[in-house]
Design a binder for this molecule. Sequence first.
Ligand SMILES: *Cc1c(COP(=O)(O)O)cnc(C)c1O
Length: 347
Amino acid sequence: MSNLIRIYSDTQTQPSPQMRAAMASAEVGDEQGGSDPTVNELCRRVAEYLGKESAVFLPSGTMCNEIAMMIHCRPGDEIIAHETAHIINSEAGGPAAFAGAMIKPLRGERGQFSGEDVLAAVRPDSRYVPVSRLLVVEQTSNFGGGTVWSLERIKEVASAARSAGLAVHMDGARLSNAAVASGTSAADFSAPFDSVWLDLTKGLGCPVGAVLAGSEDFIQAAWRIKQRMGGAMRQAGIIAAAGLYALDNNIDRLAEDHANAKKFAATIAKHPLVRLDPDAVETNIIFFEIDAPGKTLEDLCAEFLKRGMQRGAIVGHAIRIVTHLDVSAKQMEVAAETVVEILDGWN
Ligand SMILES: *Cc1c(COP(=O)(O)O)cnc(C)c1O
């Protein structure tokens, strides 16, 4: 493990000694046969956290999205999602490959759109067009800058979709960040959705896994596809134990990551070469642009690496920095000072 300040993504977290101890002592059984007690407990706890009847443990958030889309859609159907969505940009064409669905991308500020936008995107009843079948909402919006959909906005887009007969799915990769930042519970955010999932490997700090939740019927259907895709496991309690540890210990502390992100943003936003509205930083993700003639974001990342920081993710004209439990407040202060120093040298 390198000593670089790990600001590339909240996927960079390493399981802590306490988490590893919980994993080492986990009671295990045959997950595929439904008899791993630790996996069963994790599913029960996440279903409760999300206010759903049932849940299933899966290897990744991507598989949660793909299985949900396969259940909700028939080949030729259309999914409505924001143009920055993970299902469009980071799942290797999965919606087309597995669900056989096409996607109608919506525009909108900072990864979000309105109920009106949803209704305008729904196809008319005509044999020339695909059937609009599913709305997908990402909470928080990753490429939107870690923005939190307000509960009001969530209800508005979900009821617009429902009024048009669509199913609704929430990509909850960072739902806990939204819950902690807003004070709205994860269950309240999830209530309008048929299916929702929580990633264990982002801010929650686990090495593997995500949990998909919904009705009993939905989860039964998900289990069939999990089995078909080879996602059913054996003594998976070893990794599920990390999830239980995270539910108990790593949710409330997300507030620290948000505070660190805001402080970082406030410091670098003062620099004349940085384009960033610090008030736009709501959770653990910071996107900013630079206005340094002759210099690119790649140049900035090269300087990061020379000065003890990981590179950021470059998305379009912006660079993304992410805070998480493996970067301390002190390290984020150093990171902000480093950005300012580099840009001072370019001014
Ligand atoms: C990371 C992420 C996913 C996929 O989760 P994995 O566990 O990495 O497969 C899906 N959606 C969003 C918004 C994400 O950030």
